[in-house]
Design a binder for this molecule. Sequence first.
Ligand code: AGP
Length: 595
Amino acid sequence: MCGIIACKTHSPSAAYLLTGLRRLEYRGYDSVGIAVRTAGGDVVRMRTIHRIDALERAVDDWDGAAFGGVGIGHTRWATHGQATEVNAHPHVDCTGRISVVHNGVIENAEALRRDLASSGHRFATGVDSEVICHLVEQRLALTEDLLAAVKGAVVALEGPWAIAVLEESTGRLVVAASRSPLVVAHTNVGEFAASDITALADWVDEFQVLEDGDVVELTGVNGWHDPDKTVVTPALARFIWRAGDSGRMGHADFMSKEIEEQSECVARVLDEVGDRISTGALWSDLGLQCFDRVRVVGCGTSLNAGHVIGNVVRLLGGLPVTSTVASEAGGSVFEPGTLMLAISQSGETADVLNAIVDDAAGGSPLLALVNNPHSTLARRADAVMTCSAGPEIGVAATKTFTCQIVAGVAVMISALVAAGRLSRTAADTLVDDLRRLPDRLAGAGSVAECIVPALADELVDASGFVFIARGVGLPYAAEGALKLKELSYRWAEHYPAGELKHGPLALITRGTPVVVVDDGSPKLATNVSEVRARGGLIVSVGPLGSSIPVVDGPAAPWGPIESVIPLQILARSLAIALGHDVDKPRNLAKSVTVE
Ligand code: AGP
């Protein structure tokens, strides 16, 4: 979704802004823009509904006064108002003196707009963000100080927001945030702010995360200075991802790179935590109490990973587990002894952040399983487990799914040992199984690459797909169906195989592709026969003898994790055959920061 970058650099800012905006592209956007101060002291605004290349051409073609080192940029994913150039950020006040980029939603924008319009402000758009420009303009009529004006203006805003405000006359740049992520960094090339640390990957080693309500000027010292009150300066965080991690590294697209990386990423997770699982230390180091039940919340792929982790807790620990779509978590009944496990690769998903507010009220300790340890979810949790997948750029989650499962399973096995619900010997055996996963995932990738692209060519005209599985295989069927619809734009539904005969079997006709995640259950074979009898085209992913024989080894409580690799490759291959952009599927965003 929307992305912000702002900078005050020693050389022209446009190059930094464009690089940062490219790094934000993965979040999904439908327009992009910058406002840059020239050597002459004017601010030039350039916006487009086309890709960043178009913006770069406009910058290259600029023949006015030379660009200076101060600027702001934005990728917009439309929520209020269509994806048009006029609605693209940066927005300006009545005078053009103030330029603003904004992430989030101003929930009281209409009321503010009415007030501002009645006091003479003229609006150029219906976009909620524009009210911020006029609020700052209104405050600047009372004070000449931009920092004070922004502090005064943001008091009126309701909802989640992160902003960067550029003042033309002084070149001052002020950033602020509340319930929407924003980081600042002081580097040897200048000062930066961004909504996502990956935007700054090329220049930043250390950064600070704004707390809710922080208003900070990019001055060179980035002081959290307030003459009116004592302000706690956030600690410096180290950027854990290298710039190269967010490149395609010779792959045709990020998705293929990220699918291939899974074995290596899972090996890294196990290197980090493997020795502390069966001792119980991985859990006890988190400082949380033992629990009697688990409540999992997440969305999309992260929730599918949550189902796998929940199965492990249920099967190994005999504990009750509920897994809830985060956007539907409101109104849940709280039970004592519950651990809340919130799973999100971005750690910025608005539905998840809302779900944990309700649970905090219920008093459950919160463990966040995230890929970004500096995310809002991580900062709000009582303890954090990182899944260590590295930056995932493709909108479709792949390596974060497998890493979430391995990290989540590891911490839950450790918790069961710490609570005396699982013996250390049993845990040692499970850890040995986990340590075999990198090879099993790599093997599944090799087999799938040989078989799946040709299969996708055969299936390219299918209008829809059914995915089935039983028991511990079910979350993988769910993930396969999600990947396929996300990328190919064909309908794809997953069902517990036993449920087919209760309705979905009516969907099956001659040639309907039915993808079976085969965990070896004999009952599944019966359900497959029922599909065959109706002419369904079975594509099985499972042990030797399956259409895609990738599952090698005994059934584990976390199910046939390697089966997800061919399912990811199937979705990607179909999307490519259909001419779709696999890294940026239509209508979707990587970090879903609206409800
Ligand atoms: C997965 O391919 C999707 N892009 C989507 O379902 C995603 O998993 C979901 O939006 C949750 O995101 P999160 O992990 O960042 O919270």
